[in-house]
Structures are given as C-alpha cells and as structure tokens.
Design a protein around this ligand. Structure first.
Ligand code: NAD
Length: 468
C-alpha cells in the first residue's frame, strides 16, 4: 500500500492498487504510489464539477486562496524537497528552488486581473467583453519539474475560476501527491483534485466528458495523442511540448564570458528541460575556444546522488530516458562525432551519464535532429549568419532559442529571426512568471504564464446590454 494519498473532494484517498516509484540515483523502487481507478477518477470529476459554480463566482476568495497556497507550500518545503529529489533525481538545493519557484508562481498569479473590456457604451447599448472560466480542467504533467509545472497550471486555472483534476507523471507522482495534501486546507473541497496512475489514466482524463479544457505538458508524441483525444468532444487544449533549442554564438562573443552560461543553459537538471540548449552553433573563429572552455566546466562538475550536498548534476530520471540518451551518444559516435567530454555512463546502479560535449557532427545526426532531453550536447560550427539561422530553424521544433554576442542589438536582430516562442539574448532558460512561455510549430499550442497564460484558462463572452 502507498504511503501517499490522492486528493479527491478535499479528502485523502487511498487505493486498492499501487505502483512502484524508482529512485533514479539507485535504480531501486523506494516508495509506492496510488493507482487511481476509473470510479475514483469519476468521483474526482464529479467533485470538480460540483465545486465549479461557487468557486467561479468569487474572485477575491480565489485570490486569497492562491496566497494561502503559497504560504502552505513554503511552510512544508522541507518535507517536500527530499521527496522531489528522491523521485526525480535533481540535487536537493535545486528541488528547494523548484518549490520556492512554485510559491512565487502562486503569489504572482494571485496579483493578476481578469479584464472586462467595454467595446461600446452609448445611449443605445453597453457591450462588454468578459472572460469566463471553462469549468473542469484536466491537467497532465511530465517528470522533469513535477511541482513547478503543476503549479503553472493550478494557479492560473484556479484564479480564472476553473476547478482541476491533475495527474502527474508515473515517474514522479509523489511530490505532486504531497502538494495536494499540503494544499488541502488552503482550498475548498473539489477545487483541486490530484490523482495518480499510469499513462492510461492520462487518456481517461482527456476522454472524460466532464473535462472542458485540457492543459498538457509533455512530449510531442503524447501531445499529438492528446490533441486527437480532445477533438471528438471539441475540448480546448493548451499543449506545452518538447524542444530542440538552438543557441547561436556570434563571431564577436567572448568565449570565456559565455561558456559557463552556455554550459548551464544546456546541462541544468541534467539536460532534462524542455527549453534547454540542445544544439549549440558557434562561429568557426570561436569554435575551439568555446569547446575548450565548456569542456573545462564539464570536467569539474560533480555528478551524483542529489541527496549528497556536493552534487551539481543528478541522474537521468528514468531507465527509458537513460537508454535513449545513451543510444543517441552511441549513434553520434558512429556518425563521426567526437566526445570531448563524457560519452559514458557512470555505473553504480543509478541512471548517471557524465556531461557529454560532442563535436564533429552535422544536421542529419540524430543527436542534432532529435530532442535528446539529457546531458549530451552537440557543438556545431558555422561560417555564415544567414546559413546558421536557416539551420537553427530547419526543424519542426520551435520552443526557444538564444543568440550570444558582445553587441546586444545585433544579437536581438538575429534572435527575432528564430522561429520559436522565446528568444533570449546572452542568456538561456531565463523563464519568468510574467512573460508568455510556449512553443511554435510542434513545440506547442497556446502559452503558459503571465496574463496570456491566465487568459488561456478563459473563453470570451460578449455581454450586450440594451439600454432602452
Ligand atoms: P510524456 O509525453 O511521456 O508524458 C507526459 C505526461 O503525459 C505524463 O503524465 C504521462 O503519464 C501522460 N500521458 C502519457 N500518455 C498519455 C496519453 N495517451 N494521454 C494522456 N496523457 C498521457 O512526456 P515526459 O517524458 O513525461 O516529459 C518529457 C517531455 O516533456 C519532453 O519532450 C519535454 O521537452 C517536454 N516538456 C515540455 C515542457 C514545456 O513547457 N514545453 C516542459 C517540460 C517538459
């Protein structure tokens, strides 16, 4: 039986069945998670449906509840962080950062307004454009930032007046289940339901008749299935999917200055970030100095169990991802790539791969063309700026990208030509609560964060009032 419970109708709910959760630092099951039954999912949906009307009618109460969620989360941070590290792999300090980030997101979202626009107000009519919540939101999250990405959905969906049934990834269900427990007293029953189970539970949610809007974060392949599942019932969807972000270093950059930021832009969370740098293009005149500077950092970084205080990079989260990244590294070697650093697993039973920098590859190699989502970065060379922009854009992914230069105006001009949702200059992974985050092309539909993300949980309603 599981030590963790689901949250349905404000109650702590146990299940008959459970499934094992693996600590990726050891490769061993360390806890059991509840396996939600169909009847329990129906109960969660019924509860969310019942809670919707009263919840949707009181914006000040919702604002207050979100602030209470932030406080509750901060108060239990010490309890949540080790659970997150043990199931996800990230260093404990990074788990705490993720949780603090989630509290910040609650606080920021609580400050947002839901606008009412008046498009006409004269002797004859007053026409208002209002924003209505959808009703029940089905939310599905991945395993790389389980708590933060859940809160990216929970906070705006709730402020807008919706209620939620949320399912975390089966690889990292525990911290999200704990989050449900932590928030139980801050929210009325039924407003936030958290259920756990395998992928089939995700499909039950997307197909459930009570759901009016689906908010999904995960891979492109699953995102397409979610879009298809939403279509017969015309459910609204927001999809935050994978990326293959290009970073372009222009010929006037200072290799020593940019190397560290480039390294962490690619390797933070062991590369398991949707918008991490996944292809690095360096002008041929700077290629070698940039490779050398990044290699020095890669060699100095401690990879290990996230519970050890000196660990900077944890393991890959799961065996499937570990195998996939290893396969891409082996394929890169066969394609003529040279591993300047890493290129090997670290043994010990956990899913560890040393930070791997690969040179000598070109487009066509799988490590360049596919989303690796792990600690292996191809560093490519270019000569001509138009050519490199075309290469950066030559993909169906379009999440984010960055340009690096000592001339920010020049870099911003190149950045504006990247076909992606977020373009950074002299930084990468600078994700903030108050700007929209989302993908072009296969990287997604819709955005999260800022007023734009909030309004994604609403639909327009024209209220047209005759005055006589
Ligand atoms: P995944 O697509 O395998 O799983 C994501 C979630 O979908 C899980 O909860 C899973 O159980 C569920 N799921 C699986 N099959 C389903 C189905 N048929 N119907 C409904 N739900 C289903 O993704 P993952 O491996 O957990 O996460 C890694 C991917 O997520 C990467 O591609 C990464 O780039 C992407 N990602 C994107 C963002 C973003 O904001 N754009 C953020 C983080 C991760």
């Amino acid at each position: 039986m599981s030590d963790f419970t689901m949250t349905i109708d404000g109650n702590s709910v146990t299940t008959d069945a459970s499934f094992g959760v693996i600590n990726p630092a050891s490769g061993q099951v360390f806890a059991q998670a509840p396996e939600c039954s169909r009847a329990q999912l129906d109960a969660a949906m019924a509860s969310a449906s019942r809670a919707f009307r009263p919840w949707s009618r009181d914006l000040p109460a919702r604002r207050k509840a979100l602030l209470a969620c932030a406080e509750a989360l901060k108060a239990r941070l010490g309890e949540l962080a080790p659970i997150l590290t043990q199931e996800q792999g990230k260093p404990l300090a990074k788990a705490s950062e993720e949780l603090i980030g989630a509290a910040v997101w609650f606080q920021y979202t609580a400050s947002l307004e839901i606008p009412v626009e008046v498009v006409q107000d004269d002797a004859r009519v007053r026409i208002e454009v209002r924003r209505r919540p959808y009703g029940v939101v089905g939310a599905i999250t991945p395993w790389n930032f389980p708590v933060l990405l859940a809160v990216w959905k929970i906070a705006p969906a709730l402020l807008a007046g919706n209620t939620i049934v949320l399912k975390p990834s089966p690889f990292t269900p525990l911290s999200t289940l704990k989050l449900g427990e932590v928030l139980r007293d801050a929210l009325p029953p039924g407003v936030l339901n958290i259920v756990s189970g395998n992928d089939a539970l995700g499909a039950w949610i997307t197909g459930h008749p009570a759901v009016r809007k689906i908010s999904f974060t995960g891979s492109v392949a699953t995102g397409k299935k979610v879009a298809a599942a939403a279509a017969p019932d015309l459910k609204r969807v927001t999809l935050e999917l994978g990326g293959n972000d290009a970073a372009i270093v222009l010929d006037d950059a200072d290799p020593k200055q940019v190397a560290e930021k480039l390294f962490w832009g690619a390797f933070s969370n062991s590369g398991q970030i949707c918008s991490a740098i996944k292809r690095l293009y360096v002008h041929e005149s700077l290629h070698q100095p940039v490779v050398d500077a990044m290699a020095a950092i890669a060699k100095s970084v401690k990879v290990g169990d996230g519970m050890q205080p000196d660990t900077l990079l944890g393991p890959l989260n799961n065996k499937m991802q570990f195998d996939r990244v290893n396969e891409l590294i082996e394929d890169a070697k066969r394609a003529g790539g040279r591993c300047v650093t890493g290129g090997a697993t670290l043994g010990g039973g956990g899913y560890f791969i040393a930070p791997t920098l690969v040179t000598g590859l070109a487009e066509g190699a799988r490590l360049v063309d596919e989303e690796q989502f792990g600690p292996a970065l191809p560093i490519l060379s270019y000569r001509n700026i138009d050519d490199v922009i075309e290469r950066a854009n030559g993909t169906m992914y379009g999440l984010s990208g960055s340009v690096w230069s000592s001339n920010t105006e020049r870099a911003a001009d190149v950045a504006s030509q990247l076909e992606c949702g977020t373009a950074w200059v002299n930084q990468h992974l600078a994700i903030v609560p108050n700007a929209p985050f989302g993908g072009a092309k296969w990287s997604g539909i819709g955005v999260e964060n800022g007023p734009w993300g909030l309004l994604g949980f609403t639909e327009l309603q024209t209220v047209n009032i005759a005055k006589s």
